[in-house]
Write a protein that binds this ligand. Structure first.
Ligand code: BGC
Length: 443
């Protein structure tokens, strides 16, 4: 077997990503708080509760963990519902709490990346249907100004709205997230407002902080036609990709947003409003044309044959898809940050294989001189996984929600070795996943 070490650039950022609602606990002014109380909303009736108790201060010990493990960055989100619990009234204590957190990252040598909106919205914003009416655009702009003025001293890397494609699809088309609507036309109208809100925030962030670097994190799911060359499968795979994965990034590149059975919608204000591609990759879909599934653009999705599926059945590990996703990101000719990538499950061996095989694909991209600047693993500690509650766990560290005790999974040590050396080596593969050695490092 060959022995080799893959090197990443010295400045490459190694971090983890998370979201306010999922780790802070007791986000009682957010729409998701009400949603959690609805019967059937969350698997097993789980509740976020204290979550990882970051609002109670445990962010500090978790940042210590990240620093001790050699991480050099951390992505978190601030909660709009804490900062502006009532329209126009700012909670300065909440802003101060976040200021301490991002300063705490800097003190530990970690570069902060801050997301302004990660799925959860203030209750009042949703009660007023602001995403649907478009009122959100000016409100989000005002909020972005406020947050960047408060945190900009410590933060240069910003994400506006996390996974706008997931946000609009799950909330307004699939009806899983609040406000639980199932109306595809409305979902696409919301998408246009999300894009406008992003664009307004982009300009606001740059106005307050000219050196800001701003991205719009996209949940990218490559689609493979079930039967390559078979027209209907090819069509359905492409339609799903265009209207889900590529929708927002293409709109930013062209100033026009695709619609269904209608000419593209001109949103000129959005053109050019990102400084980097924020890529979030979990899994890949194989798509077969199916007339009975109009809700998913006549495509029926399965996972690639042979791909290992995680314990929840939600994601399958398919490293080749990660490379495809990176290639897609590269064609926009902007710097790239992988702002999320991970796999769920209590059993850690799949996570170890996932990490090794995905970091390998990342290195391939870096080795082609594509401008990939950092990687944020999802996530540092198990956190509240939306409608899958506590049943689907993504942490490098396991969390006991009853005691708040964190226990490192072997992946924490593996990732730490990658981050500390900024390399991926055959020795690491032999140590953590010997079954992969022959395929990854053939003689
Ligand atoms: C979201 C996270 C979520 C993760 C794992 C991403 O789509 O941004 O909030 O926890 O997937 O499912």
């Amino acid at each position: 077997m060959a022995q080799a070490t893959h090197h990443f650039p010295k400045s490459f950022l190694w971090g983890t990503a998370t979201a306010g609602y999922q780790v802070e606990g007791n986000s009682t002014d957010a729409d998701f708080w009400d949603w959690e109380q609805q019967p059937g909303a969350v698997l097993n009736g789980d509740r976020s509760g204290l979550a990882c108790d970051w609002w109670g201060g445990r962010w500090s010990e978790d940042f210590d963990r990240a620093a001790a493990d050699g991480h050099t960055a951390l992505r978190l989100s601030v909660e709009w519902s804490r900062i502006e619990p009532t329209p126009g009234l700012w909670d300065e204590d909440a802003l101060d709490h976040y200021r301490q957190m991002v300063a705490g990252l800097r003190q530990r040598g970690l570069t902060p990346m801050v997301t302004l909106h990660h799925f959860a919205s203030p209750r009042w914003l949703v009660e007023r249907k602001c995403w649907e009416t478009g009122e959100v655009v000016s409100l989000f702009e005002r909020y972005a100004r406020k947050v960047s003025a408060a945190l900009g001293q410590h933060v240069d890397l910003w994400c506006t709205i996390n996974e706008p494609n997931v946000f609009m699809y799950r909330g307004w088309a699939e009806g899983v997230f609040p406000p639980r609507k199932k109306d595809f036309g409305l979902a696409l109208r919301v998408a246009a407002n999300v894009l406008r809100a992003h664009a307004a925030a982009y300009h606001a962030l740059h106005a307050v902080q000219p050196q800001a670097q701003v991205g719009l994190p996209i949940h990218l799911r490559p689609t493979l036609p079930a039967h390559p060359g078979f027209g209907p499968d090819e069509w359905a795979a492409q339609a799903q990709f265009n209207l889900f994965s590529a929708l927002f990034t293409d709109a930013i590149a062209t100033g026009k947003m695709r619609r269904i059975a209608a000419p593209a919608l001109a949103v000129p204000a959005a053109k050019g409003t990102q400084d980097f591609i924020a890529l979030q990759y979990y899994t890949t879909d194989v798509v077969r044309f199916d007339l009975t599934n109009p809700g998913e653009l006549f495509g029926r999705r399965t996972f690639p044959p042979g791909a290992e599926v995680d314990s929840s059945g939600f994601y399958a590990s398919y490293p080749a898809g990660f490379f495809q996703a990176l290639k897609w990101a590269h064609h926009y000719r902007l710097p790239i940050y992988v702002t999320e990538n991970g796999i769920g499950g209590e059993a850690d061996d799949l996570r170890q294989r996932f990490l090794l095989t995905h970091v390998r694909q990342l290195w391939r991209a870096v080795n082609f001189n594509w401008d990939v600047r950092g990687y944020f693993h999802w996530s540092l500690v198990d956190n509240f996984e939306w409608e899958r509650g506590w049943s689907h766990r993504f942490g490098l560290y396991a969390l006991d929600t009853a005691t708040q005790v964190r226990t490192p999974r072997p992946s924490a040590l593996l990732y730490s070795q990658i981050a500390k050396t900024s390399t991926l080596s055959s020795a690491l593969v032999a140590q953590y996943a010997p079954s992969l050695s022959a395929a990854m490092f053939p003689g």
